[in-house]
Ligand binder design. Structure first.
Ligand code: GAL
Length: 342
């Protein structure tokens, strides 16, 4: 299935590159970008993903392409070029420069470093190309930098409010009959596996999982480990393995900023002879298919659905609005959903 998807994505990319037309889109009030006469209008969409090797963003980018395909008509064809930022901001900036030089009609950008938003917005403004940021939220200051100018409403952020996902994680643990406090001493001993401390999703999930847990459970907490795992399964495994070696049965709960790292943690938990739901709890975010199965069978305590379908469709809808000359909001939010066995 994965192979098939990779082939499909590669095929689509080849297609879209060969079909680039460099035409600019008219701006009108219609739902799809307008065309003149019976001619088919080609709309070039440039997408840059922070890195392809990320489970959640792999689902997300595939859905951007799928959804654009459903919007092709006799009069409008969307040529979608998706590029791999390879976790390297310089590389991604280069890709964006190329999209701009080739006069792409609209860009959808999953920044490598959210702090680069300001530079990217400047570039897009100079070329008057709409820009939709996804998944990695730029600062409010950057998002407001062209308020009151002609470029206001031509760039936006589409994402989910990571505070909500953190709160849901905290609630999943607080709602357990023993509130996750396995030894009953009134203090929750936890390990925090952090995605990337520069990323707002990681910051908010780390903060709000714990604050919401305390509020809902009324118990105290003790952080045993707080380590950066870069959203990566292998890192989640390493961090958990060393935490369990160091703290053994003291570890009651593992909060993981995402499911990939949680999957690594689950491997380390079973290698250490511990059993989720009996002598340890673990909660992630994303609701990857594999994790949904684990939650169902009790192999994970819970997760939070990070709705890649809702977010990708919203990003595409907003891109089309911008192409039609509609003024965009500064942010568009998609809800998270709590996922537990029941
Ligand atoms: C988060 C997601 C993570 C990872 C990250 C990349 O929203 O939960 O799994 O994909 O985005 O920025």
């Amino acid at each position: 299935m994965k192979k098939l998807l990779t082939l499909l994505v590669a095929g689509l990319m080849a297609l879209s590159i060969s079909a680039c037309s460099n035409k600019k889109t008219d701006t009108t009030e219609t739902t799809a970008p307008s065309t003149s006469g019976s001619e088919t209008k080609t709309v070039n969409v440039g997408v840059s993903i922070y890195k392809f090797d990320d489970n959640f963003m792999t689902l997300y980018r595939a859905e951007i392409e799928n959804y654009f395909k459903t919007l092709n008509t006799d009069s409008v064809k969307y040529n979608v070029t998706v590029q791999d930022g390879k976790g390297d901001q310089a590389e991604q900036t280069n890709q964006i420069d190329n999209f701009i030089a080739q006069q792409y009609d609209v860009l959808i950008i999953n920044l490598v470093q959210p702090t680069s938003a300001s530079t990217v917005i400047d570039k897009c403004k100079d070329a008057n190309i709409p820009c939709i940021f996804i998944n990695r939220e730029p600062s409010n200051e950057d998002m407001a930098k062209y308020n009151g100018t002609d470029y206001e409403g031509k760039y936006t952020y589409v994402g989910a409010d990571a505070r909500q996902s953190g709160k849901f994680q905290g609630e999943i643990i607080a709602d357990l009959p023993n509130k996750g406090d396995l030894n009953g001493d009134g203090v929750l001993n936890y390990v925090m596996i952090v995605g990337d401390p520069e990323n707002v999703d990681a910051q908010y999930r780390t903060e709000f999982s714990v604050s919401q847990y305390k509020e809902k459970s009324g118990l105290e907490v003790k952080e045993l480990v707080n380590q950066r795992g870069d959203w990566d399964q292998a890192r989640g495994q390493e961090i958990t393995q060393s935490a369990l070696t160091q703290f053994g049965n003291e570890v009651e709960v593992i909060f993981s900023n995402n499911d990939s790292m949680a999957l690594g943690a689950v491997q380390a938990i079973s290698a250490a002879g511990r059993k989720v739901g009996e002598d340890i709890y673990i909660v992630g975010v994303d609701a990857l298919e594999e994790v949904q199965q684990l939650v169902k069978s009790g192999g994970m305590t819970g997760t939070v659905l990070n709705d890649h379908i809702g977010q990708s469709h919203q990003a595409v809808d907003v891109a089309i609005k911008a192409l039609n000359g509609e003024k965009l909001e500064s942010h568009y939010w998609v809800d998270y959903v709590k996922v537990v066995a029941e």
